[in-house]
Write a protein that binds this ligand. Structure first.
Ligand code: RBF
Length: 158
């Protein structure tokens, strides 16, 4: 499985740039709140661990993952925001809602990143079951919030 092979929750930070003056926007979906809170905590702690100042991390919530795109745009448009990290959990149900949401978010976040020339990180956990989601929110497949923060730091050094 790809996530088992590529798990950035264990990563090499030796090449990270100094992020002490960088400003980060965190956009967190409220659907599956317990899970997204865990992702958010992982991202926040990772940014601080690598030198970001707490006052330079702006956390905002949106109702659900579908709204991550607009939340990202509202933050990315500010000149002082260097990177935006978007976090959500979409669990497959009986209908195709997950497909529509995930495709819209992937497309939307790509567009925002390209429009503002900033890292806009896709921290959307998309799973078939709740158990698989917990596996990726601090469980056996790491914490995808940590990995999203790492991706943001890496892209700032690009
Ligand atoms: N938002 C999520 O972040 N995760 C979900 O698993 C999720 N499932 C949804 C299922 C249905 C049937 C609907 C209508 C919405 C769901 N949403 C979910 C909320 C969605 O991202 C968005 O907030 C709402 O559709 C309002 O635009």
């Amino acid at each position: 499985m790809a996530t088992a092979l590529q798990n950035l929750s264990t990563y090499d930070s030796s090449g990270f740039i100094d992020i002490s003056e960088k400003r980060f926007g965190l956009v967190v979906a409220e659907w599956n709140r317990e899970l997204t809170d865990t992702l958010s905590a992982g991202a926040y702690e990772t940014l601080l661990k690598h030198g970001a100042k707490p006052e330079n991390v702006f956390r905002n919530t949106v109702p659900g993952s579908f709204e991550l795109t607009l939340g990202a745009q509202l933050l990315a448009q500010h000149e002082e925001v260097d990177a935006v990290i978007c976090l959500g959990v979409v669990i497959k149900g009986d209908t195709k809602h997950d497909d529509y949401i995930c495709h819209a978010v992937a497309q939307g976040l790509t567009t925002v990143g390209l429009k503002y020339n900033k890292p806009v990180i896709f921290g959307l956990v998309t799973t078939n079951t709740l158990e698989q989601a917990w596996d990726r929110a601090g469980g056996q497949h790491g914490n995808k919030g940590v990995e999203a923060a790492v991706a943001a730091i890496q892209m700032l050094g690009f």
